[in-house]
Design a protein around this ligand. Structure first.
Ligand code: PBG
Length: 332
């Protein structure tokens, strides 16, 4: 008896479109453009030469001079923007440096603007954690708990100083309730109706921020679980995002990115504002560390991780790989 022909029914053969690289290119669903990428940059007050961050290979804390070079490189590579963070020389309970017009972050914003103007988008982190002696994102009450509403007062002041320094976008990353509305009202009332807000809307209390805490010399003892979200929760992000959009967020963010693609996908399907995702320091460090050990192909790992974040729904990706990706793309 003749064997049944097991391939008779195979009319649809998906492999046909994978046969050559030209065919694969033709049917590629997701592409990534440097204009969608934002590079986080660290400036450290009082530094005389750029300082390596041990847990973030190739990333440095910048001096004023190296900051100038870095922002020009970002703009020249066609990046969508930069996100500035600053490490102040001194800290206190209230995070006074955040609202000092000559404070580290305001200085970094002014410096970046003086170099690149409007040729790329200059964003600044609107949060107190780099500036407080206790390392929390807000100010503390008498019992040592993070005081939501007292923190909003500080955020309003910080928004005005960043806007005055010229930031195109402020990134509200502190996860206080009502922060977007408070900042929007402060900006509008202070004569900055055009300063936009990127709301870190769904931001989880994540182990993947570990290397960042090195990057900004974080003073934090303990954790941020009373304000950042529980990694176990998915539906809660819908609430956080809806509140931020209602309060006037111009764009919203999901953070971290790769471990939260389900959240990113949910959010991208529901909002009408641009959606950003932050490939955070720990995501970066995992790829670098594995590549340094020869355990994965670094370039492929970078490309695949960024592509996955875009495929899940991000319009904008913050990534420490942004500049390298853009420069490699230009060289192709
Ligand atoms: C808070 C802030 C953090 C990051 C960005 N903004 C740290 C935190 O929430 O603990 C982390 C970014 C990263 O890990 O790359 N200002």
């Amino acid at each position: 008896m003749k064997e049944p022909d097991l391939t008779d029914h195979l009319v649809v053969r998906p492999r046909r479109l994978r046969r050559t690289s030209a065919l694969r290119r033709l049917v590629t669903e997701t592409r990534l453009d440097p204009a969608e990428l934002v590079l986080p940059i660290f400036y450290r007050e009082g530094l005389v030469s750029p300082k390596a961050i041990p847990s973030m290979l190739g990333v440095v804390q910048h001096t004023e001079d190296s900051l100038r070079v870095a922002v020009n490189d970002a703009a020249a590579a066609g990046l969508g923007g930069i996100m500035l963070f600053a490490v102040p020389a001194e800290r206190d309970e209230q995070g006074s440096g955040a609202t000092d017009p000559n404070g580290a972050l305001n200085f970094a914003v002014r410096t970046a603007l003086s170099e690149v103007g409007d040729t790329t988008v200059v964003m600044a982190d609107l949060c107190l954690d780099e500036f407080t002696s206790h390392g929390h994102c807000g100010v503390l009450d008498a019992d040592g708990a993070v005081d939501n509403d007292a923190t909003l007062v500080r955020y309003r002041e910080m928004a005005l100083s960043l806007a005055d320094a010229g930031a195109h976008i402020v990134g509200t990353s502190g996860m206080m309730d009502g922060q977007v509305g408070a900042v929007r009202r402060a900006l509008d009332g202070g004569g900055f109706p055009d300063t936009a807000i990127l709301a870190y809307a769904a931001k989880y209390a994540s182990a993947f921020y570990g290397p960042f805490r090195d990057a900004v010399d974080s003073q934090l003892q303990g954790d941020r679980e009373t304000y950042q979200q529980n990694p176990a929760n998915r539906r809660e992000s819908a609430l956080e995002v809806a509140l931020d959009v209602a309060e006037g967020a111009d764009m919203i963010m999901v953070k971290p990115a790769l471990p939260y693609l389900d959240v990113l996908s949910d959010v991208a399907a529901t909002v009408d504002v641009p959606v950003a995702a932050y490939q955070v320091s720990g995501e970066f460090a995992m790829i670098e560390a594995a590549a340094a050990n020869g355990w994965l192909d670094r370039e492929r790992g970078i490309n695949e991780s960024l592509l996955a974040i875009k495929r899940a729904g991000a319009d904008i990706i913050l990534s420490y790989f942004a500049l390298e990706f853009a420069q490699a793309r230009r060289a192709d």
